[in-house]
Design a protein around this ligand. Structure first.
Ligand code: PMP
Length: 441
């Protein structure tokens, strides 16, 4: 399979050799690195992308989940084109910014909003606002969760199995070098799907005089494949944080606009104090948002904390978001995504059962994955213990060689777009069936 990929992608290989002379590692972001070389893309339309070798692939990567609208959606192209000819940047608010805010308020049931340009900015600002509001420094996060690339949250991600620590005292470790120890020490990880462990950790922090400002988490983990919340877990977290006066932040950079019109908040029926959005919000343009209660945003409105940025609410981004929310990500779109994902999950699960593979398929609306593991993954510890990374790598190769474009990492999930069809899903299921057949031959 490796040789086949080499043969299919000589132009990517050549561009990689050239890129390395200029771009560090030949890529724009470390998450674009992939052996033997990154696949350089040339264009996207609907559910498909074309690489620089002219290979057409059905896109299940979808910009790490940003392109739920599919590529070059006519409604978004039209809105962005109209905006371009009327000026693209003012650093002054436009009407679209207001309309998008009103729609987010309606979908999330949170009354106040601000914009940023990425998921990292959203989580950074949300945490700062929670710290300003409470006057406290410590934050609690879920072990293994990714919330962006700033110091507050680059903690306890990608940790090897032996270094995770005890369930009640998980290790705070920097994710890569360059993160100040003081920042790492302020970020306390707890296991997913274990509300009692979270409460014990919070009580210990309070006893030590380090009451947390916030708990930041994804309602469903989206970077270990997909780990859904067990029944009652989110409700318990909501109750614990409320009782202790700790700001609950749902990081919906991945789930928001991907798993329901009102994200995980709607899908699971638990409303946090703050949410962070990015990725699919901008319909392919860089746009993020922070939503919250009036009480939380009083910290901003009173001038206690600055939530700022030259490009916040940039006209192109909010024009794309408005078109996306009004014309593309409609209730019918989510019904279509649910039906597609049902087909994906059922199809992959049937392959798993037919060939007796160690794994299972899981999905919700536009997001799903096959997890190669003999046991159900419920948190980071079980992911590290059970996930078969070599199988995940092999699946990537099989996909790429059969016209299925997937994220380069072992830990990502598929993202479907509203422009995908059942036939597109069958390309994925067929590639998976070939992998399963060859593995068990
Ligand atoms: N939060 C979550 C849950 C994410 O998945 C990501 C990106 N994968 C981020 C935040 C950071 O977003 P960005 O890459 O736009 O900074």
């Amino acid at each position: 399979e490796s040789a086949r990929l080499d043969e299919r992608t000589p132009a990517s290989a050549a561009l990689y050799a050239r890129a390395r002379q200029t771009l560090s590692g030949g890529v724009a972001s470390s998450y674009q690195v992939r052996d033997p070389w990154p696949i350089y893309l040339e264009r996207g339309e609907g559910s498909a992308v074309w690489d620089v070798d002219g290979n057409r692939m059905v896109d299940f990567h979808n910009g790490f989940g940003s392109m739920v609208q599919g590529h070059a959606h006519p409604a978004i192209t039209e809105a962005v084109t109209a905006r371009i000819t009327r000026g693209t940047h003012f650093a002054a608010p436009t009407e679209d910014a207001v309309v998008v805010g009103e729609e987010l308020k309606r979908r999330w049931g949170l009354p106040r909003w601000r914009y940023v340009n990425s998921g990292s900015e959203a989580t950074m600002d949300a945490i700062r606002i929670a710290r300003a509001l409470t006057g406290r420094d410590t934050i609690v996060k879920v072990f293994g969760s990714y919330h962006g690339h700033h110091d507050y949250v680059m903690v306890s991600i990608g940790v090897p199995y032996g270094e995770i620590g005890d369930r009640d005292d998980l290790a705070s470790l920097p994710y890569g070098a360059g993160i100040p120890q003081s920042s790492v020490d302020m970020t306390i990880p707890v296991p997913f799907n274990d509300a009692p462990a979270m409460e014990r950790r919070i009580e210990r922090l309070i006893a030590e005089g380090r009451k947390p400002a916030a708990v930041i988490m994804e309602a469903a983990m989206m970077n270990l494949g997909i780990v859904l919340p067990e029944p009652g877990y989110l409700e318990a977290v909501r109750e614990i944080t409320r009782r202790h006066g700790i700001v609950l932040i749902f990081d919906e950079v991945k789930t928001g606009l991907c798993i329901a019109a009102g994200g995980a908040t709607e899908r699971f029926g638990v409303t946090p104090d703050m949410v962070t959005l990015a990725k699919a919000l901008g319909g392919g343009l860089p746009l993020g948002a922070i939503g919250g209660t009036e009480e939380v945003f009083e910290a901003v409105e009173s001038g206690k904390v600055y939530q700022v940025g030259t490009y916040n609410g940039n006209p192109l981004g909010v024009a794309a978001a408005r078109a996306s929310l009004e014309k593309v990500l409609t209730p019918e779109a989510y019904a279509h995504l649910d039906a597609l994902n049902e087909h994906m999950v059922t199809g992959c699960q049937a392959v798993i059962e037919e060939f007796g593979l160690p794994g299972y398929a899981v999905g919700v609306a536009s997001k799903g994955c096959v997890t190669f593991a003999p046991e159900k993954i419920v948190d980071y510890e079980s992911f590290k213990k059970y996930q078969d990374g070599e199988l995940a790598d092999l699946a990537w190769l099989y996909n790429m060689n059969r016209g299925v474009f997937m994220t380069p990492g072992r830990e990502e999930e598929w993202t479907l777009s509203v422009q995908h069809t059942i036939a597109d899903c069958d390309v994925f299921i067929d590639a998976f069936a070939q992998l399963a057949a060859d593995l068990t031959r």
